[in-house]
Design a binder for this molecule. Structure first.
Ligand code: ATP
Length: 365
């Protein structure tokens, strides 16, 4: 489990793994240890190499360089069927001519010697119960909704109790509401089974809500690995700060330090930022300020700004602000905190403030 990270042997490892397709390098020098029982996600934009990383764990692709270890064994050259690993795909790939139960039991029935019929039936029932489809065994797959079909695909992938379940954007075909429900179900299924889940997604909310740790990918490389809160609160680069959550980026200049805090200046405004230990006086620094850190009030303390846009989004409202020092700042105000600022229409003047340490210093770039 994640809690005893240091003691346990990783269930899978990538060691300096690079994957090239002809002239394209899809993954560069990936090094990563996956802990038994953890829920790990690869997150990044299209083309960043996350599917390639997953397919190398599955055995569908071979590393061009480096080593893949599964369950303590060198699996670099091991074919997919010899790995204790199963994969769930975005397209569920169910057999339309088979019933739900036959789909789920398909892999078990391909084994030689063929397991006894009662054994297969019991395993299929157990897997269907785990995905909350008890009683659906005799149905045809076309009689099921998209969400139910995805559950059948999941049942089929867990029926032979793999050590690792790999999931390649398994919810991409579902609508937003159903996807949210499935995320919660998938997370509780993973807890119940106690097996390692490795998910590929480009949806940050999906990764944040389900993962113990997230691997952020950038152009085939690992940009940062960490828990959801850690990545959100302490991104190490502008890329990660921008990809996990949203941020205002402010170009500033270092002015000095006050204990843990960097004092920086942008357009005459002083910021007290976390991090930036390497930033000296006079050095450029990029500050990241989350929109929800900005407080708005019609008057009082703060920095005078003008509202350029007000975007109502239900549970919160987004304000776009401008001033001489900060040409473009986005603030997000929860519905419950907005009552007093309902007059902040475009053109209104407002006082924007944030606490010391709300901004995070990143290398300028
Ligand atoms: P997506 O979310 O769009 O699937 P991804 O992050 O999963 O993207 P990969 O599918 O791993 O990205 O692809 C990484 C890079 O490798 C891309 O530039 C892609 O075009 C290239 N690539 C992937 N598979 C192949 C292949 N079989 N042959 C050639 N190039 C490939």
């Amino acid at each position: 489990m994640v809690g005893h990270r240091m003691q346990s042997q990783p269930i899978a490892e990538l060691r300096n793994v690079t994957k090239r397709y002809g002239l394209v390098t899809a993954a560069t020098n990936l090094t990563l240890a996956i802990e038994p029982g953890e829920f790990l996600s690869f997150l990044g934009p299209s083309g960043c190499g996350k599917t390639t990383a997953l397919r190398m764990l599955a055995g569908f692709e071979q590393a061009s360089e480096g080593q893949v270890l599964i369950d303590g064994r060198d699996a670099t050259a091991l074919p997919a069927w010899q790995r204790p690993v199963n994969m769930v795909f975005q397209q569920y790939a169910l057999f339309p001519h088979l019933t739900v139960a036959q789909n789920v039991g398909y892999g078990l029935n391909q084994r030689r010697p063929k397991p006894p019929r009662a054994e297969v039936a019991a395993a299929v029932d157990e897997a269907l119960a785990l995905v909350q489809l008890s009683g659906f065994g005799a149905r045809r797959t076309w009689e099921l909704s998209g969400g139910q079909q995805q559950r059948v695909a999941l049942a089929r992938a867990i029926v032979n109790k793999p050590k690792i379940l790999l999931l390649d954007e398994p919810m991409a075909a579902l609508d937003k509401k159903l996807r949210h429900d499935m995320q919660i179900e998938l997370k509780s299924l993973q807890r119940e089974l106690g097996i390692t889940f490795v998910l590929v997604t480009h949806d940050q909310e999906e990764a944040l809500s389900m993962s113990d740790r997230i691997v952020i990918m950038d152009h085939g490389r690992i940009a940062q690995i960490g828990g959801p809160e850690e990545l959100y609160d302490r991104p190490q680069s502008r890329y990660v700060a921008d990809f996990v959550g949203r941020s205002n980026f402010i170009g500033a200049t270092g002015r000095g330090r006050e204990a843990e805090i960097l004092v920086a200046e942008a357009g005459g405004l002083i910021f007290h930022a976390r991090g930036g230990e390497k930033i000296g006086p006079g050095s450029p620094v990029t500050l990241s300020l989350r929109p929800e850190e900005i407080r708005l009030a019609p008057s009082g303390e703060g920095h005078r700004m003008v509202v350029t846009h007000r975007i109502f989004l239900g549970e919160h409202t987004e304000y776009h602000l401008t001033s001489g020092a900060l040409p473009h700042l986005v603030a997000v105000v929860p519905r419950t905190a907005e009552a007093g600022s309902a007059l902040l229409a475009p053109g209104a003047e407002v006082m924007a403030s944030w606490r010391d340490g709300a901004a995070l210093a990143l290398d300028a770039g």
